[in-house]
Each structure stands twice: as C-alpha cells, then as structure tokens.
Design a protein around this ligand. Structure first.
Ligand code: GTP
Ligand code: MG
Length: 201
C-alpha cells in the first residue's frame, strides 16, 4: 500500500531528466522517471528509470524545440504514460520550459494528470536570454498555459546563473546552484501536494 501511493517525480526532456536524476540522489521517498523524446539524452542519464516517448513522431531524436512536436510525442505514447502514472498519490513534473519536449510534453502530461484526477505540480526552468526568441516563447507560453490550468508551479531562471558566475565562480557552479535550488523547491512542492491530498489509507 505504502509503495503504490508514493509520489512520482517525472523529469520531462533533457533538463528535466538531469533535475530528476539530481533529486533522486537526495530524496529517496519518491519514485522517479526520466521521460524524453530523445533516446540519446535518456541514455546519458543514470540512476533513474528512463521512459522514451514519441519514437514514432520524433524518430527518437527529440522535439528540436518544437512545442507541437513535444505535445505530439506525449500524446502518441499516452497509454503507456497513463499506466506509468497510475497509482501515485501525486505527480511532480520537472522541465526546462524552453525545450520542445520540456514545454509541449509537460503541458500535455499535466493536462492528462488533471483529467486522471491526480494532483500535479511543476518545477520549471526558464531559458538563458542568449537561447533566443523560440526558447523564450516556448517558456512563456508554457507558463501561461500552466497558470490557466491553475497548477502549482515554481520557476527558476537560467539567467540568474550568469549573475552568480560573475560574483562567485564558473557557469558550472551557477548551474549546480540553480539545480540544487530547483530540487529544494521540488521537495517543498511534493510536501505541499501531499498535504493537500486526502489520505486513502
Ligand atoms: N539546469 C539545467 N538546464 C538545462 C540542462 N540542459 C538543458 N537545460 C536548459 O533547459 C532548457 C530546455 O532544453 P532541453 O531540456 O535540452 O530541451 P528538451 O526539453 O529536451 O526539448 P527538445 O530537445 O526540444 O525536445 C533550455 O533552456 C536549456 O538551456 C541541464 O542539464 N541543466
Ligand atoms: Mg532534448
């Protein structure tokens, strides 16, 4: 009983997988999945189970910053995704919102979880300014849609790591710092989702 009512943390897309893997290293009281339309990116991760989506629509090569392709990737694997999510008391999504998968698949998955009646929250990462207009648009659109859905969300900006870089050290230090803060926020959100969920045991 305890096992099947655990929360599930899903890293969606490349950055999502990295964040979920990092979180699994510090927080053992959840189940984890790394979900991506990019087979190579999944193969680079260790530690947590991987879950390829959309092989038929992306050929396993990722959504290449296309939110529509990210949405399609999730929808084309919907049955498997539903099975993986079923039986968890809540689901937390971690994603880089600039990516095609990180934006599109995250939105589709959040929508599906709402339909399933599963409490869901999102911890998202905004892109660097230098990633360009497409990245910014994906991220802003995803945030807008998540707000319309009324989902709890926390967002951290990659640009903040540039400030840290100048004050404290390398970009790597800045990224590590951001990822640690994202994991911390994710743990807080899981606690909040848990507190808001009626217990069935
Ligand atoms: N913190 C962090 N951010 C990352 C990492 N890798 C990529 N990002 C950022 O995450 C955002 C989305 O990039 P990806 O995760 O590569 O994109 P994706 O979700 O895989 O989407 P597609 O590749 O387009 O299918 C961008 O702003 C990247 O800069 C990472 O390892 N750590
Ligand atoms: Mg990718």
């Amino acid at each position: 009983m305890e096992e099947i009512t655990r929360s599930l943390v899903i890293g969606v897309g490349g950055a999502g997988g990295v964040l979920a893997t990092r979180m699994a290293g510090t927080f053992e009281q959840a189940n984890y999945l790394a979900m991506d339309s990019d087979a190579k990116a999944l193969a680079r991760l260790g530690r947590i189970p991987t879950f390829p989506i959309g092989a038929r629509v992306t050929g396993g090569h990722g959504a290449k910053r296309s939110m529509d392709l990210g949405r399609l990737a999730l929808r084309s694997s919907l049955k498997d995704v539903q099975s993986a999510c079923r039986g968890h008391e809540s689901v937390l999504l971690l994603a880089g919102l600039a990516g095609g998968t990180g934006s599109g698949a995250t939105l589709e998955l959040a929508d599906e979880l709402l339909r399933m009646g599963t409490p869901v929250g999102v911890v998202g990462v905004r892109p660097f300014d230098f990633e360009g207009e497409k990245a910014r648009m994906n991220s802003e659109h995803a945030l807008e849609q998540l707000s319309i859905m009324g989902l709890p969300k926390v967002v951290l900006g990659l640009n903040e790591t540039l400030d840290l870089e100048t004050s404290k050290g390398s970009l790597f230090d800045g990224m590590t710092n951001l990822e640690e803060r994202a994991v911390h926020k994710a743990m807080e959100m899981l606690r909040d989702l848990r507190a808001a969920t009626p217990r069935t045991w």
